[in-house]
Design a protein around this ligand. Sequence first.
Ligand code: BDP
Length: 709
Amino acid sequence: MRLRLQHYLLLSLLFIAAGVRAETGYDLWLRYASVSESYATDIASTVHSIHASHSSPTVDAAVDELVRGIRGMTERVPQTGEPGASIVLRTPQTSELVASLDLPFDEIGDEGFVVRHVDGTLVIAANRDIGLLYGAFALLRRLQMETPLDELDEVSAPAMQLRLLNHWDNLSGFVERGYAGASLWDWHRLPEYKDPRYTDYARANASLGINGTVLNNVNANASILTPLYLEKVASIADALRPWGIRVYLSARFSAPVEIGGLTTADPLDEDVQQWWAAKVAEIYELIPDFGGFLVKANSEGQPGPQDYDRTHADGANMLADALAPHGGVVMWRAFVYSADVKVDRVRQAYDEFVPLDGTFRDNVLVQAKNGPLDFQPREPFHPLFGGMTQTPLMMEFQVTKEYLGFASHLAYLGTLWEEVLQSDTYAQGPGSTVARVIDGTIDGHALTGIAGVSNIGADINWSGSVFAQSNWYAYGRFAWNPDASAATVAEEWVRQTFSNDPRFIAPVVDMMMASREAVVNYMTPLGLTHLMATGHHYGPGPWVDDLGRDDWNPYYYHRADKNGIGFDRSERGSGAADQYFEPLSAIYGNVKATPDNLLLWFHRVDWDHETGAGLPVWESLLRHYDRGVETVSRFRDTWAGLGEFVDPERFEETTAFLEIQEREARWWRDASIAYFQSVSGLPLPDGVRPPEHELEVYKAIEFPHLEGY
Ligand code: BDP
């Protein structure tokens, strides 16, 4: 027994000496793992010290991070202080050296930076402290990727002003559509106890340039606006401030009634206006750099101005007026759909908001989801992008994978976001991409922004799975640069999170790049959408047709019967295709021109309609389901061969999750085929594997405890 203990201690000591520790995933892409011997020598000979021209909480954070990173990568601790061979962080105001280098300071604005190798010194230069911090992270990213030091030359500035996370966190600690454990915000022990994780959260976000966070769910509880909670919010704001992250809140429209003692929340009522003005002033007393409000109003049962026969603009402007004197903004969500779905749910936001264009205050952004329905695996881009010229449109992406397999399915969303951002709206002719709409170029807006619904929770690895972390990373990179490339971002993430070994990078980047399309294939191919079962958004339920509202039913979206399948949004149908600019409206309005991947979104076709792939739609559908499952099986094989490059913890987690994904991809495929075959009455062509079970078996599967996930 004693011998065993001794052995154990000895082994532990050896592990500690060798720097081996269990990989929990906590360090995200900021692992700062050892770089190759030769690269470590290059760093060591270039960086003896780190010298900042001045001190501030933000600059100190940058220096600390550089020390941490270089220590991790080289196992040597650089000095901080006087320059020798060094890294210098300076602004032109604080350094003659930097002023004399003729760096492009007028191109980088308040938040941009220059990282350059100048005569043996690594220079990080910026106009403001926050730029120095972003520059420090950019340098660390390059060092983790082993970029040759003499090639370091990066000039970068964010394309949009507001780069936010939206937490859908309830005050109870439950995270709506969160698959990574409870909320990070420890409301019970705040304001006194600031969990050190807030700082690590801020570091991770700052490393990407995320500069704001909405702490609470859009389905908001008014209590967050009471003094008790505002003090806690202020405490979080203090923890995040050095990292350039401002705090925002979701505001419940009926708060004046619920916590203010008023009898109405009518935005045109003077008492209501005064209540909000006083509430906002109270918030700014506690949090001088408070960002503003995010509002979900008159959507899915939330209160809003329409309860008083007022418009969305009346509601948004009332809050905007309260925030304007303090420099705050309102992000008014366009995810609205009223109870009586007149023609087509996907038309609604456009129909409601476009007539209001031009009536919003200057400090209002309208925040729209990337597609007109609801974060589905594939949707066309939302026609509000480009459709409202006088109002800044803010993009809302969903980082948490509500409709793409929660945390266990490997679905890298960089490809989804690239597809949306590079979609041409044609609002002002070719080249009017969604990226150019949201960065303000197309309509000349100064106020611009993007939001990502967070996938972050209290799980030790933050996001529920290591590959889910890549979506947090990618979101931040696209928020900084909406023209980023999904493949480049994936490679950056793989190198920093796992390894610089090309034998690992290439196959893993390939997996990531194919992963979202795999999910589309086994869940909702050919433009099908919203096929999830009831009470959760996980498994298949295309048969569901008995829910209270038409547009809550999968049947509403696919309309499959023995004659055909799909939703007609051409001018013969709901006309939603007309909400796009030419030539898109003509393309989407024409069944022959519509690309296969949106076919059944825009058209209802016969089962024997020939798709672009040259097959009847029924056979095409089957092919896509099979392809989805096959791709996941391939992922499993690929991953199985990569064990030597990954620590056992993350290797096994991914192995297990891919096994889950393969099983569930089959479930989606088999249940969908069983159902669509039952309505089409068509035989399975030779070689197509029949579903494992009868349709009734799939229909009987229940997830009674997944409610709300
Ligand atoms: C839906 C989610 C729901 C959200 C809603 C929203 O299922 O939990 O509250 O979007 O964005 O996708 O408001």
